[in-house]
Design a protein around this ligand. Structure first.
Ligand SMILES: C[S@@+](CC[C@H](N)C(=O)[O-])C[C@H]1O[C@@H](n2cnc3c(N)ncnc32)[C@H](O)[C@@H]1O
Length: 213
């Protein structure tokens, strides 16, 4: 486990009792709602809102994060919502280890970090763990929010095409269902409203192409 990355995220979660809204990510809910529930994997689950939503919609979920604080909050919320039996929370630094198994849905929502995160390797490994007929769903920030601090505006936000290309997937095995920027209205930390851009990527492993996980 990489101590710097772990410490970074522990400190981030330690700054407040709650860091995220507690609501499911809009794009994930839209994409997952019509699916038949099966086994799902949430990479970088944070405080667990997506994992809990998936469990409440019939999925058997494995939810992973580098922060034990985030995982404890997520597990407590899952208990209160009565879905603990449907979520297996696991502590991993995904740069170093990855949960075993194969999944019908693997979700990486805003799996970004300013410290070490071997994101391309993690996402490639995730692709290898998708069941035939299953989905890999990646939602990234497409550009800085209007209220972001100045230095973030210099940061390169990979386009949906760049992310898909970085996965090096065999087109014979994968259908590119969606890879596009989508706008969303949101409220910033000081109550200001603005338009955010999410890069939404949905890739489907074609049936008859075995996964590796
Ligand atoms: C920007 S947050 C997104 C959280 C959640 N998916 C959401 O959309 O609200 C990124 C999450 O990834 C986790 N993370 C960052 N690096 C990680 C790593 N190397 N291994 C596992 N989780 C990591 C962080 O702890 C954090 O919870």
């Amino acid at each position: 486990m990489n101590i710097d990355a772990k410490q970074h995220w522990e400190e981030r979660y330690g700054e407040r009792d709650r860091v995220w809204s507690g609501r499911v990510n809009t794009r994930l809910a839209e994409i997952a709602a019509p699916l038949d529930p099966g086994r799902a994997l949430d990479l970088g689950c944070g405080e667990g809102a997506d994992a809990i939503w998936l469990a409440e919609h019939g999925w058997q979920v494995t939810a992973v994060d580098i922060s034990e604080t985030a995982l404890q909050r997520a597990a407590e919320d899952a208990r209160v919502r009565g879905v603990s039996d449907h979520i297996n929370f696991q502590h991993h630094d995904l740069s170093d280890s990855f949960p075993s198994g194969r999944y019908d849905l693997i979700s990486a929502q805003f799996l970004h970090s300013t410290v070490r995160l071997e994101r391309e390797d993690v996402l490639r490994r995730a692709a290898g763990a998708v069941e035939p007929g299953g989905l890999l769903v990646i939602v990234d920030h497409g550009e800085p929010p209007p209220w972001a601090r100045e230095h973030i505006h210099d940061h390169h936000f990979p386009s949906p095409d760049e992310v898909v290309e970085s996965l090096n997937l065999d087109a014979a095995q994968w259908e590119r269902v969606r890879a596009e920027p989508v706008e969303r209205e949101a409220t910033g930390p000081d109550g200001e409203t603005g338009t955010l851009v999410d890069n939404v990527i949905v890739l489907k492993r074609r049936r008859g192409t075995p996964s590796r996980g």
